[in-house]
Write a protein that binds this ligand. Structure first.
Ligand code: HEC
Ligand code: HEC
Length: 299
């Protein structure tokens, strides 16, 4: 997991700000009544205003350190780090650290995938930080709540219950390795016209060159896959850097990429096929037409 000093600086700044405001979690009641005015057209019918006011601050709240359960959730859970939760890297403006409205909306959608309104206590969002002795799950981030009376646990459970009774858990999209090896990896050595192959610049990471006149070994593909997965937000093509960087800015891609562009529209068949893969809808070694390459040779 890459935690840059820049991110740590942001979190320190966040700590100072939140501490100096002496903020307390706002009452969820007010948020609830505000949201009941509008028709909830949200994932799982979850209350967005409640989320924004009372739940999201929990993820950025400093906890006194940078390691394990002393760290803020966001220290490990940005979309870049690619751990589940997929929080946006917060915006830094002067000495303020915050999520913009658009970022909060995106966070909300990602977090919604981890909750189960039909049975709030069985939500992954509640089980990961909860002590296993109290019914929690094993969590690399450590234990944040000793039992389900913790105020954060209760607040989040109440928010989850705002969702529709019939909404259950979401599957985590499975970004298939076989499909990567057979259908995606060749992209990196098959440039479009007038472009350099990705391998020219990203050869040390996801776009390693194949051996001479041969296909990548299983191990090479495995390593490349591990590297690329850091640039993918499973289930969410548009927030996956792999699909965002090489897309032309006029089509909604990143404003900057030193490597030029491969796709000039979101409808590009190759990008479409990759979207299916990122969404977990494509697997195995049978490649769709847009992802069939002759090079490198397969034995
Ligand atoms: C020190 C790093 C770290 C911190 C801090 C951290 N986490 Fe995590 N968390 C991880 C990692 C790594 C994973 C993926 C592996 C795993 O599930 O243990 C994860 C997994 C999760 C999952 C998914 C579990 C599943 O079902 O797959 C949830 C939900 C979660 N964390 C919530 C939180 C919340 C909420 C906080 C703050 C209260 C938090 N985490 C703080 C590192 C961290
Ligand atoms: C001429 C060199 C060059 C080529 C060719 C190139 N890139 Fe890049 N790419 C870069 C550089 C430099 C960066 C980092 C700075 C930036 O974002 O532009 C980068 C960044 C990226 C990132 C974001 C990485 C991160 O850590 O956030 C992705 C994803 C990416 N490139 C994908 C590709 C893909 C896919 C191809 C082939 C279609 C490609 N690049 C071709 C130079 C290149």
């Amino acid at each position: 997991m890459k935690i840059t000093s820049f991110k740590l600086a942001m979190l320190t700044a966040a700590g100072l700000i939140l501490a100096s405001c002496g903020q307390e979690a706002p009452s969820p009641q007010s948020a609830l009544s505000e949201a009941s005015i509008s028709v909830p057209d949200t994932p799982k019918g979850l209350d967005y205003a409640f989320y924004k006011e009372a739940i999201e601050p929990i993820f950025i709240r400093p906890r006194g350190g940078y390691i394990g359960s002393d760290a803020a959730c966001v220290a490990c859970h940005t979309s870049q780090a690619n751990a589940p939760l997929g929080l946006q890297p917060p915006t830094l403006e002067g000495d303020r650290v915050f999520w913009t409205e658009a970022q909060s909306r995106q966070n909300f959608e990602n977090v919604a995938m981890l909750v189960n309104p039909s049975d709030p206590d069985r939500s992954r969002l509640l089980m990961a930080p909860l002590a296993p002795a109290a019914g929690g799950a094993r969590h690399s981030g450590g234990i944040f709540w000793d039992n389900n009376n913790h105020s954060e646990y209760r607040l989040i459970a109440e928010w989850i219950a705002s969702g529709s009774d019939s909404a259950g858990t979401s599957e985590v999209a499975e970004v298939d390795f076989d499909f990567f090896r057979s259908c995606v990896q060749p992209i990196f050595v098959n440039p479009i016209e007038n472009a350099m192959p990705c391998a020219e610049c990203h050869g040390g990471e996801f776009a390693v060159e194949p051996p001479a006149n041969a296909y990548w070994t299983e191990e090479q593909s495995r390593q490349a896959y591990e590297d690329l997965v850091y640039l993918i937000d499973p289930g969410r093509p548009d927030s996956s850097r792999f699909l965002h960087k090489p897309l032309h800015p006029n089509a909604g891609g990143d404003l900057m990429h030193n490597g030029g562009r491969r796709w000039f529209s979101k409808d590009d068949p190759e990008r479409r096929a990759l979207e299916d893969w990122v969404k977990g809808d494509a697997s195995g070694s049978q490649c769709p037409p847009a992802l069939q390459f002759d090079f490198p040779p397969r034995s």
